[in-house]
Ligand binder design. Structure first.
Ligand code: BGC
Length: 365
């Protein structure tokens, strides 16, 4: 069994290098390249995977897993990052079409900027799968595979309330809100999920957003960049919390959670209850040390596996597994989705949650 560790992912993020890290790979048995009669395309076809920038560890893990597991399934993988931005991603997808990819899997930087290239993919007969992030305003997308993004937000909202109640049984609680990058279609869905829990509590006075910044546009973090979250947190603290305590912060992911914690420490404040997402190594360590309150486990191994199973079904001319046909309207069509269940993780359930993760399980003893 091939193991892509979080440590490798962290190293790769740090290096921001495209060069793959060394790994022991059993090579798999291969999926065979023979063709069946109902096949949509040959079983050893080229599969393109276009990933966004390395804004969190999960993308680096995905790169490694797609490369090894597509190969093990008998396909030819072409897995690329678009660290240079939207233009680079557009060119990559176009070149995957030119090379004859039969399926193109896209984790978009900006899901609304790829219409022309996705149309070219469809015109060439390729199947387009939106991976983790929905592709917007185009009918040139066939399927969506992701963890349930709205549910991620709901879990974060609930964790924030629960964490603060553990420290102080009754409100009012002073909080601040952060969202992800506005060009990522997921960011608003995470925020809406969290606000479905938090807004009623803001309205009834249990929660006080001291800065009054409660609109998505006011709380976004451009590019999912830690430095942007840290800067905004510095400003929020100096402008609103010189005398008031801050009880909690809604953070949409782990990278931003750690930046928010760094900012509160630098301001000499006790660390508030901070949520997160992705189960990044440094955040799991922080949770075990009693700093960051929660994260979300969206095991990348399962998401890549679900995507490859979808590709295999399509290759054989079968209907892939779909769990949702209502939620993900991309502005032009409702995209049939296979949604996986995210899991909230705090110090209390970390051991159990990461029991089958070779890297994270080492951190929870
Ligand atoms: C992913 C998150 C990730 C974020 C930043 C989102 O689209 O769903 O898991 O934290 O991008 O990379």
């Amino acid at each position: 069994m091939r193991v892509v560790t979080k440590t490798m992912a962290v190293a790769a993020v740090a290096a921001l290098a495209l060069a793959g890290c060394g790994r022991s790979d059993d090579g798999g048995s291969g999926g065979g390249s023979g063709s069946g009669s109902g096949d949509k395309f040959p079983a050893d076809s080229l599969i393109g995977v276009s990933l966004p920038q390395k804004t969190s560890e999960n993308w680096v893990l995905a790169e490694n897993l797609f490369n090894t597991d597509l190969k093990a399934a008998g396909f030819k993988p072409d897995v690329q990052f678009a660290n240079g931005g939207v233009g680079e991603q557009q060119n990559q997808i176009q070149s995957m079409v030119t090379k004859g990819a039969k399926v193109i899997v896209v984790g978009a930087i900006d899901g609304s900027q790829l219409g022309t290239q996705l149309k070219a993919a469809k015109d060439s007969g390729a199947v387009v799968i939106a991976y983790d992030r929905l592709l917007l305003n185009t009918d040139a997308v066939d399927y969506y595979v992701a963890y349930d993004n709205f549910k991620v937000g709901v879990l974060q909202g609930n964790a924030l309330l629960e964490g603060m109640a553990k420290k102080k049984p009754n409100g009012p609680y002073n909080i601040e809100l952060f969202a992800g990058s506005p060009d990522d279609a997921n960011a608003k869905v995470f925020f809406d999920g969290a606000m479905s829990v938090l807004k009623p509590k803001i309205d009834d006075g249990t929660l006080k957003v001291v800065s009054k910044q409660t609109d998505f546009k006011q709380v976004v973090t451009q590019g999912w960049k830690a430095e942007n979250a840290q800067k905004r947190m510095d400003t929020l603290l100096s402008g609103n919390y010189s005398s008031a305590p801050i009880d909690g912060v809604l953070s949409p992911n782990d990278t931003l959670a750690r930046a928010i914690i760094t900012s509160t420490k630098a301001a000499g404040k006790p660390v508030p209850v901070v949520t997160g997402q992705d189960s990044e190594v440094e955040s799991v360590k922080s949770i075990m040390a009693g700093e960051q309150y929660s994260t979300i486990n969206k095991d990348t191994r399962n998401l890549v596996k679900a995507t490859i199973e979808m590709i295999q079904a399509i290759q054989k001319g079968q209907e892939p597994k779909i769990t949702d046909t209502k939620q993900y309207n991309n502005g032009v069509k409702v995209v049939p989705a296979n949604l996986l269940e995210p899991l909230i993780v705090t110090k209390e359930n970390a051991k159990e949650a990461y029991a089958n993760d070779p890297t994270l399980s080492k951190l929870t003893n």
